[in-house]
Design a protein around this ligand. Sequence first.
Ligand code: AP5
Ligand code: ZN
Length: 216
Amino acid sequence: TFIVLLGPPGAGKGTQAQIISQTMNLPHISTGDLFRENTKNQTELGKEAQTYMNQGQLVPDSLTISMVKERLSRPDCVNGALLDGFPRTSAQAEAFDKMLQETFNSKVDCVPCIDVEADFLIERLCGRWMCPNGHVFHVKFNPPITTGVCDICGSALYQRDDDKIETVSKRIAVYEAQTAPLIQYYKNQNVLYTIDGTQKIESVSADILNVLKKIA
Ligand code: AP5
Ligand code: ZN
């Protein structure tokens, strides 16, 4: 099963991916987390990606697509994957369809699109704290038990460089311009399901799992 979580920055893709990937026993592939890991390790890919990320711009398609191709070639993806933050442009969506067809003789099965208005997104992103392993918290909406420490893995929590208000606004604009058109792309494939992302975290998960039950 290949699932694509779609939605604007701060909609809760990472939060839900964590829950859904465990429940469905599928690997969680977050292109943002992969880029951040590369940046931390100062790889060539990481250095290049960082310049775009810090400005709230998308990393070029060619770099992003080859990184995902490599990730999908690993053995844990034979039965599918949960994609978070990919695809984000029409070119990526088309390349992904082609990859799935050629490598797995498969296609995108389901695209839950987490819908949240822009006003909420800013508050969510500016209050976000996360750990290096991609576990996500919020000062107000999902606080860790111990301030500054990840409940799940014990790592120190940090705020992302691109969660500054100016960069957040830019990221939302980039989403509207370059990623929102994918909603129609997946509607045309009959795999799009809109999820109300303003509910509490558990209710959003329940709605996504309901949709996934229907397609199973
Ligand atoms: P990426 O890391 O993918 O960031 P994003 O899409 O901007 O999404 P976020 O991680 O900011 O938000 P989210 O939807 O995961 O929300 P979260 O669960 O954390 O990308 C970063 C950058 O990398 C891009 O700008 C780009 O440069 C580059 N990049 C990545 N992929 C790329 C691609 N395919 N192509 C090109 N470039 C790419 O939740 C947010 C906050 O809200 C948290 O604090 C959380 O606790 C809280 N929260 C979550 N759910 C709820 C709820 N229901 N109620 C209240 N609070 C909630
Ligand atoms: Zn953690």
